[in-house]
Structure formats: structure tokens, C-alpha cells
Ligand binder design. Structure first.
Ligand code: DZT
Length: 296
């Protein structure tokens, strides 16, 4: 098929909306609570005493004035350290505050993207909320592919401190039952080498899934998804050269199926994290609203 003027316009709108909501320079990440990475090779969990000064061993026969001073400083330092470790103790997931802020920030961006998809604002408010709540983790998984590097299976968001490994996500409380398929998903998606038009259409199609539970007007959602899917198929035929266009559309549809299962595993693990997090303020009000609060 040929692409219609309407289809061209739809793609232009989605790409513009994505550019306005995905900052490829990651310049806001410094405003999140900082990442705290536990040293993988230190089994004592970061609440160890400071190293004793070499000259103030307890067996020292002549404790001179200078060594007394350094001993006192060591004691003071160790008291401060105890205070810190008592609060660290309640918070087993050192990366959770940073991940919570990153995901909260991303949720707001995804909402901004959704609102600019033609047809979204015209839906009733209840359905807008249902669609966003059910798809937002899937959209975050999709959009994060932009920062994902298959070289070393990490998400690279600028500086070294915002380069995220699998271990960083486990230090936020998630486990391999999510991370193994999530990383496989990222690798598989990267291999599709999607054009930007295809990437934004896939996110839009994912948001407009008519089979999300408790939608009031499924038919309207289905009609919008149909329009988006038709545009994607036309785009591939007209603009994506073989051989990478081969079976591209069905492969993209399979990614949507993969996302359902990742979404389900994420929900389970989130529930567990929200129960086990030492400090409820490690999460954010937006996360509690979107993924649920253990107290409700
Ligand atoms: C601290 C490690 C960050 C790794 C981020 C990788 C990533 O259950 C919670 C709500 C507490 C957390 C949900 C997140 C679970 C794991 C997960 C991580 C799922 C999906 C994606 C990711 C995403 C990386 C980025 C984004 C969030 C994008 O919006 C922007 C950029 O691409 C980085």
C-alpha cells in the first residue's frame, strides 16, 4: 500500500511527542535521589567499623598524645558510622530510591506522550487511566531500549553513575526472574533495528490495547489501535527495506506479547518490594498510585 497523508501526519505527531518526552541527554537524572551501589566484593554490608589507624593498636605499650587523638577520631567516626548503618539497615535495597525517582519521572513522560496520541484525550477519563496504569511499565521497558546497550547489557544514560547494570536493578529489590527475560527482551528488540517511526508506533499501539481489564469503551480503543497498526504496516512496506523488513510486523507483535508477561512478573515483584522496603518513602506517591500501595 501507499501511505496516506493522514498516516504520514500521525507518524510526525508521534515522533514529535516522543522527542518532547524523551530527553536523550538524560540531563534531569542528577535531580533524582542518588544511586547507591553496594560493593559486590564486600560481604559486610557497608556498616563496618572504619579502618583502625595503624599506630593505635590496643596492645600498644606507650600510647602517646598523637595516637590518643587519632584513637578518639576513630571512635567519633565509628559512632557516626553506627548512626548511618542503623538507618541503612532498614533499607535493604540501596538502589531503590534512585530507581523509584527514575521510574516516577519516566511515568510522567509517558503520560505526556500518551496525551498527544490522536484519540487519547477524546476517551473517557476512566479509560485513559486504565490504559496508562496497565501499560506504563511496558512503555518504560520499550522506551528504555533507546538507552540499552547490547554490548554489555546495560542502560547507558550519560555518565558512569547513570550507567545501569543488571546488578543495579537487583540492588533495588528485583530479581532475575524479571531481569533475565527483561534483558533478553531488550537484546531482541535492539536486533530489530527499528526506525524511530516504528519505535513510536509500537509504544502507541501498546498503550491502545483493547484487552486491558475493565475498559468501558473497548471498541473505541480497538479502533484507535487499528489505525495505528495499519499505519505501522504501511510504513514498513513503504519505507523499511528488505531483508530487515522480513516478518518485521509479526516480530513487533510478538514483542507486545513478551511485554505482557514481563508486566505480570514486574507486578509480582513490585508488590514484594513495596512490602519489604524498609522505608516507604523509598517509593514515591506516583509509584504507589500507579502500581498500588501495600496498604490498600
Ligand atoms: C537503578 C537501575 C536502573 C535500571 C533501569 C533500567 C530500565 O518496581 C519498581 C517500580 C520499583 C521499579 C520498576 C523497574 C523495574 C526494572 C526495569 C528497569 C524495568 C523497565 C526498564 C528498566 C529503564 C531505563 C530507563 C528508563 C526508565 C527510561 O524511561 C529512560 C532511560 O532509557 C533509562
Amino acid at each position: 500500500p501507499q501511505m496516506s497523508e493522514e498516516q504520514e501526519q500521525l507518524i510526525a505527531t508521534l515522533i514529535e511527542a516522543h522527542h518532547k518526552t524523551y530527553d536523550s541527554s538524560y540531563s534531569d537524572f542528577g535531580q533524582f535521589r542518588p544511586p547507591v551501589r553496594k560493593d559486590e566484593f564486600d560481604s559486610s554490608d557497608d556498616c563496618s567499623m572504619p579502618e583502625a589507624p595503624t599506630d593505635c593498636s590496643f596492645g600498644s605499650s606507650t600510647p602517646g598524645e598523637s595516637s590518643m587523638n587519632s584513637g578518639n577520631l576513630g571512635l567519633l567516626a565509628s559512632f557516626e558510622n553506627f548512626g548511618q548503618s542503623a538507618s541503612n539497615m532498614t533499607s535493604p535495597f540501596s538502589m531503590l530510591p534512585h530507581l523509584s525517582d527514575l521510574v516516577s519521572y519516566s511515568i510522567q513522560k509517558v503520560i505526556g506522550f500518551a496525551k498527544s496520541i490522536p484519540g487519547f484525550r477524546e476517551l473517557n477519563t476512566e479509560d485513559q487511566i486504565v490504559l496508562l496504569k496497565s501499560s506504563v511499565i511496558e512503555i518504560i521497558m520499550l522506551r528504555s531500549n533507546e538507552s540499552f546497550s547490547s554490548e554489555d547489557n546495560s542502560w547507558v544514560c550519560g555518565s558512569e553513575e547513570f550507567k545501569y547494570s543488571i546488578s543495579d536493578v537487583t540492588q533495588a529489590g528485583h530479581n532475575m526472574e524479571l531481569l533475565e527475560p527483561l534483558v533478553k527482551f531488550q537484546i531482541g528488540l535492539k536486533k530489530l533495528n527499528l526506525h524511530e517511526a516504528e519505535h513510536v508506533l509500537l509504544m502507541a499501539i501498546c498503550i491502545f490495547s483493547p484487552d486491558r481489564p475493565s475498559l468501558l469503551e473497548r471498541e473505541r480503543v480497538e479502533a484507535i489501535q487499528e489505525r495505528l497498526s495499519e499505519t505501522l504496516r504501511a510504513y514498513i512496506v513503504c519505507n523499511h527495506p528488505p531483508p530487515s523488513s522480513h516478518l518485521l510486523y509479526p516480530k513487533m507483535v510478538q514483542k507486545l506479547a513478551d511485554l505482557r508477561s514481563l508486566n505480570e512478573e514486574h507486578s509480582k515483584q513490585y508488590l514484594e518490594i513495596s512490602r519489604e522496603a524498609g522505608d516507604p518513602s523509598d517509593l514515591t506517591p506516583l509509584l504507589l498510585e500507579v502500581f498500588g500501595s501495600p496498604l490498600s
